[in-house]
Design a binder for this molecule. Structure first.
Ligand SMILES: [Zn+2]
Length: 302
């Protein structure tokens, strides 16, 4: 099975880094982007990686001013989270490798662009995120940190976020790509679900929230997300019976992040069976067939 192109490009870089012994975590994206681009594209390299005033954006890929060659990766210097900055650098490096020829004016990328790990929103943003996630969090290493059968909490995923130099959200999304458990990340704000991502096993059994182009979905009244209290960072966990989330018993780990201004809920459901009826009703028969035919270990993004 051929891997999704952005994954292949990132994996090739990982192989190079490992072969020369500079693959320690976290990956130094700034150095890697400048060195790899200089070697692969000496006439069109990344010459600058720097912070700047970028209100409303996380990062940008910009062509050099007229008369100069190359590209610059710019990140918003108002962002204090090193993990967010690191992922942004990876995302913009992805745009450089994958998209710069088709988009000579470059990119300006928002917070939403960084959180978009699905192609239906914007294919290029998804590709840049897949590239960044693959480069920064190689799955062979991630699986050694958290076995695919475990149900981690935010402390365990946070340890991985630190290891890879990414945000907790990015580490959680990456873990969701390989876990064999029925789990889900729900991002909410002021009582409503902004978006949610399900693991493959959860998706197969009809456990998901569709939020795009839909009326807002209120978070369940009894959930932790609805009761996280004051606006300071806090981590709490609770087990619920079937009347709180999606008519299923689950464990919810919730984190109210003052840094992000939203609440993360990590839901772990008991193991269950693929419910094709529920799935086809929501996504259509073709998609259900495609997902059903995926092999274990195959990325949902791939
Ligand atoms: Zn982007």
């Amino acid at each position: 099975m051929t891997k999704f192109y952005p994954q292949r490009v990132a994996n090739e870089i990982t192989v190079v880094l490992r072969s020369v012994g500079v693959a320690d975590f976290p990956i130094d994206v700034r150095a890697v982007a400048m060195e790899i681009s200089k070697q692969k594209y000496p006439d069109d390299p990344i010459t600058v990686v720097k912070g700047s005033n970028l209100p409303g954006f996380e990062g940008a890929l910009s062509p050099a001013p007229p008369g100069k060659i190359g590209w610059g990766i710019i990140y918003n210097n108002g962002v204090t989270s090193l993990g967010r900055v690191n992922f942004t650098l990876g995302h913009e490096f992805g745009h450089y490798l994958l998209h710069r020829k088709a988009y000579p004016n470059g990119f300006h990328c928002s917070t939403e662009d960084m959180a978009t790990w699905e192609s239906e929103y914007a294919q290029r943003e998804n590709e840049a995120n897949v590239f960044a996630a693959t480069l920064l969090m190689p799955l062979d290493d991630f699986r050694l940190q958290i076995d695919e059968r475990l149900r981690p909490d935010f402390d365990e995923l946070g340890a991985c976020a630190n290891r890879y130099g990414v945000s907790l959200m990015a580490a959680t999304l990456r873990w969701l790509q390989y876990t064999s458990r029925r789990s889900m990340l729900v991002v909410s704000k002021e009582g409503f679900i902004l978006w949610a991502r399900s693991s493959r096993a959860a998706l197969r059994s009809g456990l998901y929230f569709k939020t795009r182009n839909r009326p807002p979905i209120a978070i369940p009244e009894k959930s932790l997300a609805a009761n996280t209290g004051s606006a300071t960072t806090s981590r709490v966990s609770c087990q619920f019976d079937a009347e709180v989330w999606l008519d299923q018993p689950c464990t919810e780990h919730a984190l109210l992040s003052d840094q992000y201004d939203f609440t993360l809920s990590l839901l772990h459901f008991p193991d269950g069976e693929f419910n094709a009826g529920v799935f086809e009703e929501s996504f259509g028969e073709d998609t259900a067939d495609r997902i059903r035919s995926r092999k274990p270990g195959q990325s949902w993004l791939g």
